[in-house]
Write a protein that binds this ligand. Structure first.
Ligand code: ATP
Ligand code: MG
Length: 258
């Protein structure tokens, strides 16, 4: 059965999409069949793996509203073991339309159920909010991965997402675990970055990934070429970071399996 990991943080621009794309690509490169699910109307994960939303007639919106089944929405990528369920701008409407529907928090979980035995990992890229789309991802997920940019307000934002995770655990998804907090865009030359990283580790200890993703310009260039970093520049520090993160995630799964 696939391990379903939601990549979430209500704070914008912290590296959710970069992490979802590149962790998914690195897991796939390690021969772990992986599905990337884009539930952000910005569709950055979709374009980031080379799928043009304009050519995408059936996408995650239709899946959530029950107007399409998974066969109609799963698309291939340039990496054989990586597939994607794309998003498109219309998904904005789902945030409102879901409110009216039965099982409104469980739609994604139900939709992904038939896919769980086809993949080893399913990664969900969430929008920068704690609305119904993120809630659907947290209800569908076994675990949440929280990217965190090492800056002054990071800890404050972390409190909010952790509270949402606890709320989910108490009500909609008691199984939800914290896969880990991931320090992103780390710049060792900036004192504050080191201080924030130390503080996060002190508070959250083993829930923080050992891997730290460095600030790396190649990571910000790759999406405009529609490529995960390992296809764009496998030797850069950013690629190294995400390859190491994939190993940490795989080792964690092995440790849990005993
Ligand atoms: P949103 O909340 O809008 O969905 P996000 O949390 O998904 O944003 P990203 O889109 O992954 O964040 O990253 C924000 C910006 O920072 C992007 O331009 C991305 O290319 C860049 N970026 C992400 N990680 C890195 C990194 N490690 N080094 C350099 N640039 C990065
Ligand atoms: Mg994003």
């Amino acid at each position: 059965m696939a391990r379903i990991i939601a990549v979430a943080n209500q704070k914008g621009g912290v590296g959710k999409t970069t992490t979802a794309i590149n962790l998914a690509a690195c897991l796939a490169a390690a021969e772990q069949p992986t599905l990337l699910v884009d539930v952000d109307p910005q569709a950055n994960a979709t374009t980031g793996v080379g799928v043009d939303p304009r050519t995408t007639m059936r996408h995650v919106y239709h899946l959530l509203l029950g107007d399409a089944n998974w066969r109609e929405v799963v698309r291939p990528t340039a990496i054989p073991a990586l597939q994607v369920i794309p998003s498109r701008r219309e998904l904005v409407g789902a945030e409102v339309e879901l409110v009216e529907l039965p099982d409104r928090e469980h739609r994604l979980r139900i939709a992904l159920h038939p896919l769980a035995d086809q993949y080893r990992y399913i990664l969900i890229d969430c929008p920068p909010s704690l609305g119904f789309l993120t809630l659907n991802a947290l209800v569908a997920a076994d675990a949440v991965l929280i990217p965190l940019q090492c800056e002054y307000y990071a800890l404050e934002g972390l409190g909010q997402i952790m509270e949402t995770v606890r709320l989910c655990q108490r009500t909609l998804n008691p199984q939800l675990a914290v896969e880990g907090i991931l320090l992103t865009m780390f710049d060792g030359r900036v004192n504050l970055a080191g201080q924030v990283a130390a503080e996060v580790r002190q508070h959250f200890r083993e829930r923080v990934f050992r891997t730290v993703i460095p600030r790396n310009v190649r990571l910000s260039e790759a999406p405009s070429h529609g490529k995960p970093i390992i296809l764009y520049d496998i030797r850069c520090a950013g690629a190294e970071g995400y390859l190491q993160l994939a190993r940490e995630v795989i080792d964690g799964a092995k440790a849990r399996a005993g």
